[in-house]
Write a protein that binds this ligand. Structure first.
Ligand SMILES: Nc1ncnc2c1ncn2[C@@H]1O[C@H](COP(=O)(O)OP(=O)(O)OP(=O)(O)O)[C@@H](O)[C@H]1O
Ligand SMILES: [Mg+2]
Length: 608
């Protein structure tokens, strides 16, 4: 199981029963039943009532037929009585079943909601790394399948398999008592053969179901990925290629489903054959009994009615066996997601981070995403309270990584990061993240209005505060030019506003959050010089009382930093103020000169 947790989601094989810990599953689901005790009890009573009533029906039918045969029946009063009783019982059993479902639906639906909610909340608890490797399409399908599985399991375990078995037992006893042992025996053999055939065939069929499922997940993951990359597809004129790829997936899926369907036909036919055989044998016995005078016509009708009643739910057993199996494996997969421990955990005695001055310290930090490839090597630096520190360096040198570590998206291999002297791994994550505002390198927005995206920074903020944030992030003019103003929808992932606008929205929501530590990762890289200047002015004002980390490629934006860290291949190669670094004529000075030369050429409107 673990091996494919890492890469592809949504491609879980259906497990065999042996792999599934049924007991564990029952234990996990049990509490959801207990929440609604009264409902479960009422549903059970309905179930028992329905079984009792439906078992009475063949008897009423027999009495009806027999009374018609006898002389008493000619008066029509008694037969009429049985006709009414029969009709009433038929209605009663259906009504009780419906009542049972109506009462029980609250139990299953609320279990589905609760489990779905739990999984959703848990997904947000899992570390960034998990989310970077997952496939959204696959995982949402897993959740769908899992919650539906719960519904199915609860319904069919309780209301189908169990009652069918009880009915089977009762009918065998009735046949034994009313007639002779042959009736019970044939019924039993027939049912056992039926179940054995169903189970064996279903086991054999599982590979087709598995294959169809796998291809289903695969093609939907593929389709979602393709649609998410809509623009890229267009840039490279690859619609036909995408369609072909998708079609190939669909073709496999089609074939798998056809195979699946054929094997189902085989299963159903086999089942029908066994039932047919049993019915024939029993009806032959009954007919013989009537001819010999040991049984009445009514008896024959009753036997037939009981058998039909038994075989109808049994007919669904193959389907239910398979579906329960699938449901169990789906539910297990979902619970496995729940069991997955978040890698980043609070220590047991973790205290909330107390921020007084907001100093930040990296102390001999070593970090790697994968052990084979170190990213940060022995990195040490300090940020004094209220200072603005810039991090510069070539692409891929680990600048954004520093920000991710400060936010504790990952734990370190060795070393320590401290805020006001408190090691990050010893404070509560929630309190840590409250104190840090991040404008990430690639901002992604919610598919919602500009207003709501800004307000996300602090959901309880007043309208004035939100307007102020919009103002400070130089969004006022832009918003004013929009026909729908702040109510404008930004589109999926924020793709309907420009890169610079997106960055300003991201800045506005961090300003609204208003934390003591700010981290800007290329936060103004997509802006033109003028917009950048006005935002930087606003930011300079705000960051005066705050500790600020700025990651930048354009060195002109960080001249005023109190300290500039030059990072190369995960190592700190230089640090100092702009003047100091220029004077020492190292990496930084070289970079600066290069950018100055570029600047003498007319500046492009945006760097990215
Ligand atoms: N989740 C990840 N798993 C594995 N490697 C990663 C992951 N994220 C980043 N890296 C690698 O770590 C290195 C540092 O990445 P980082 O994002 O910190 O660079 P950066 O200095 O911010 O670069 P840029 O200026 O291009 O933004 C890169 O080589 C990158 O490929
Ligand atoms: Mg980066």
């Amino acid at each position: 199981m673990k091996s494919h947790m890492k890469g592809g989601y949504g491609q879980h094989p259906i497990k065999s029963f042996q792999d599934i810990e049924l007991w564990n599953l029952v234990k996990t689901l049990w509490p959801y039943l207990l929440i609604h005790k009264a409902r479960v009890i009422v549903a059970m009573l309905c179930l028992v009532g329905a079984i009792a009533v439906s078992l009475g029906m063949p008897w009423a039918l027999k009495e009806l037929v027999d009374s018609l045969e006898s002389d008493v029946g000619k008066a029509l009063v008694i037969p009429l009585g049985f006709v009414l009783l029969y009709g009433g019982m038929r209605f009663g059993s259906v009504f009780l079943s419906e009542l049972r479902d109506a009462v029980f639906s609250r139990v299953t639906e609320s279990a589905m909601r609760k489990v779905g909610l739990e999984v959703f909340a848990h997904l947000h608890k899992l570390e960034l790394d998990f989310h970077l490797s997952r496939q959204t399409g696959g995982i949402s399908r897993d959740i769908d399948r899992g919650t539906n599985g719960i519904n199915f399991m609860m319904r069919f375990m309780v209301f189908n398999i169990l009652p069918t078995l009880v009915q089977l037992a009762i009918i065998m006893v009735i046949l034994l008592v009313a007639f002779n042992v042959w009736f019970s025996l044939i019924t039993l053999v027939c049912v056992v053969a039926y179940i054995a055939f169903s189970v064996i065939t279903t086991e054999w069929r599982t590979r087709f179901v598995k294959e169809a499922n796998r291809l289903d997940s695969q093609s939907s993951t593929r389709a979602i990925d393709s649609l998410l990359n809509y623009e890229t597809v267009k840039y490279f004129n690859n619609e036909a290629f995408e369609t072909k790829q998708y079609n190939r997936n669909l073709q496999d899926w089609e074939q798998a489903r056809v195979n699946n369907r054929l094997s189902l036909a085989l299963l159903n036919s086999g089942q029908a054959f066994i039932i047919g055989l049993g019915l024939t044998a029993l009806m032959y016995l009954a007919a013989k009994g009537v001819v010999e005078g040991t049984m009445t016509m009514g008896d024959l009708v009753m036997v037939n009615a009981y058998l039909l009643q038994l075989f109808i739910p049994l007919g669904a057993l193959g389907f239910i066996y398979r579906e329960i199996r699938r449901a169990m494996s789906d539910v297990e997969n979902m619970f496995e997601l729940l069991k997955r421990e978040p890698k980043i955990q609070d220590m047991e005695d973790a205290l909330p981070l107390g921020v007084d001055q907001a100093s930040v310290e990296f102390d001999q930090v070593n970090f790697a995403y994968q052990p084979e490839r170190p990213i940060l090597k022995n990195l040490s630096f300090k940020v004094q309270p209220g200072h603005k520190v810039a991090i510069v360096g070539p692409s891929g040198s680990g600048k954004s990584t520093i920000g991710r570590l400060l936010f504790r998206f990952y734990d370190l291999q060795s070393g320590c990061i401290r805020i006001d002297g408190q090691p990050l791994d010893q404070v509560q994550q929630l309190s840590l993240r409250q104190q840090i505002g991040v404008v990430p390198q690639d901002t992604v927005l919610f598919n919602d209005s500009i207003w709501n995206n800004v307000a996300y920074g602090r959901p309880d903020a007043s309208d004035e505060d939100i307007w102020q944030a919009i103002e400070m992030a130089s969004l006022r003019t832009f918003v004013g030019s929009l026909p729908n103003g702040v109510e404008t929808q930004v589109g999926e992932r924020g793709l309907k506003v420009s890169g610079g606008e997106k960055q300003r929205i991201a800045i506005a929501r961090v300003l609204l959050k208003n934390p003591p530590i700010l981290l800007f990762d290329e936060a103004t890289s997509a802006l033109d010089s003028e917009a950048e200047r006005s935002i930087l002015q606003a930011l300079a004002e705000i960051s005066k009382q705050r500790t600020t980390l700025v990651i930048a490629h354009r060195l002109s934006t960080i001249i005023d930093a109190d300290n500039i860290l030059v990072v190369n291949q995960g190592e700190l190669v230089e640090q100092g103020t702009h003047q100091e670094l220029l004077a020492s004529a190292g990496h930084y000075a070289r970079l600066w000169n290069m950018q100055q030369q570029d600047a003498s050429v007319p500046e492009p409107t945006s760097e990215k």
